[in-house]
Design a protein around this ligand. Structure first.
Ligand SMILES: C[S@@+](CC[C@H](N)C(=O)[O-])C[C@H]1O[C@@H](n2cnc3c(N)ncnc32)[C@H](O)[C@@H]1O
Length: 340
């Protein structure tokens, strides 16, 4: 078929098709008289290109997707995460404009102050990056869990704390739950047999891939604590295990606010993680480890951001949650929060 025919078939213009040709996304045959000729394969490809453009992918992202079409879910997932981040940034900007409009004080310093808060928020949402290369850990993660590390084992009580998380959430049939930093799915998957729809959020595509292989019914989403790829009030509960300590202490409040944003009425949260009761407790444990000569453990703790539990509780209470805590060892705690 010729240009006009294919353009009308896929509801686009010849100009658009020529643009994709220039970008190397589609290569029509050329007839003897140099007219472009298309076949069914071109129609299929154009439909994919147009669909991916419609959801905001750039031509270079589309090229990558076309080259690796069996990984289309991966590319869509990545694009969804980008769109969620952009959407949240827009929401933050609109909220700031609302505040500027509502405020009686339009003095330059007051506007500037509000804009600075917004700037800081944008920066926080964007700056997180994976310093630990979780992609490279995905294959061995489940095996490594069983290997003892350091003088104390960070995965001691692992099964126990996950089981307690499931018990406390007490999920009901038909609920939707999100497990953030789901990794290979060891916690999130435990809700599947209860008739729950589980969404697994993780910043590592390899972890998500592993999770999907093990539990195909989990809806895996690329995203991170500070810009969750979830709509407002769209989940009944949130769990997260061994993940929040990869977020800096000063950003944990934003992580909690994000959880609150996506939780529906009477939502529940379980945070099972490495943390200390407070700053004094952190000091005590680090001194104890140092006096035992366990410098490897000290270095490991200092490389991450074990939460200050009392600050975490305070952030949750400020948002109207009733909080209870369970402690398993010097470093392993579970925080359960339920909205009043
Ligand atoms: C130690 S693994 C824990 C996995 C699983 N929750 C478990 O209990 O076995 C940490 C996981 O959190 C993810 N993660 C770390 N920081 C994150 C962040 N800021 N946002 C989303 N996921 C994160 C990592 O990619 C990794 O899959």
């Amino acid at each position: 078929m010729q240009m006009k025919e294919i353009a009308s078939l896929v509801h686009t213009t010849p100009r658009t098709i020529r643009f994709y040709e220039e970008k190397g996304l589609i290569s029509p045959y050329k007839s003897a008289n140099h007219y472009r000729q298309f076949d069914e394969g071109h129609v299929e490809k154009l439909r994919v290109i147009l669909a991916l453009r419609e959801v905001g992918m750039s031509t270079s992202q589309i090229r990558e997707t076309l080259e690796d079409q069996h990984a289309i879910d991966h590319h869509l997932n990545r694009q969804r995460s980008v769109l969620y981040s952009e959407w949240l940034e827009m929401k933050d900007m609109i909220t700031t404009i609302d505040e500027m409009v509502k405020s009686c004080d339009k003095a330059s310093h007051s506007l500037y102050e509000k804009a600075s808060i917004l700037k800081d928020l944008k920066k926080k949402r964007k700056r997180w990056h994976d310093r630990w290369n979780f992609d490279s850990q995905a294959d061995s993660y489940d095996r490594d869990l069983k290997t003892e590390g350091y003088g104390f084992n960070i995965h001691a009580h692992y099964e126990e704390v996950l089981a307690e998380a499931v018990r406390l959430i007490d999920a009901g049939m038909g609920e939707v739950g999100a497990d953030i930093g789901i990794g290979t799915g060891n916690l999130g998957s435990q809700f599947l047999s209860k008739g729950v729809s589980v969404i697994g959020v993780d910043q590592s595509n390899e972890m998500l891939q592993k999770c999907s292989e093990k539990f195909p019914s989990i809806d895996v989403r690329n995203g991170h604590f500070l810009a969750l790829p979830l709509m407002d009030q769209s989940v009944d509960f949130i769990t997260t295990s061994y993940a929040l300590h990869h977020v800096e202490e000063e950003e944990k409040q934003l992580a909690v606010e994000e959880m609150d944003r996506v939780l529906a009425h009477r939502g529940r949260i379980v945070i099972a993680d490495l943390m200390f009761e407070n700053e004094a407790d952190r000091k005590r444990v680090l001194e104890k480890l140092a006096s035992e000569g366990n410098l490897e453990a000290v270095r490991a703790i200092e490389d991450e951001w074990y939460a200050n539990r009392s600050q975490l509780i305070h952030a949750l209470e400020q948002l109207g949650y009733i909080v209870s805590v369970h402690q398993y060892s010097d470093i392993l705690h579970l925080v359960y929060a339920e909205k009043e």
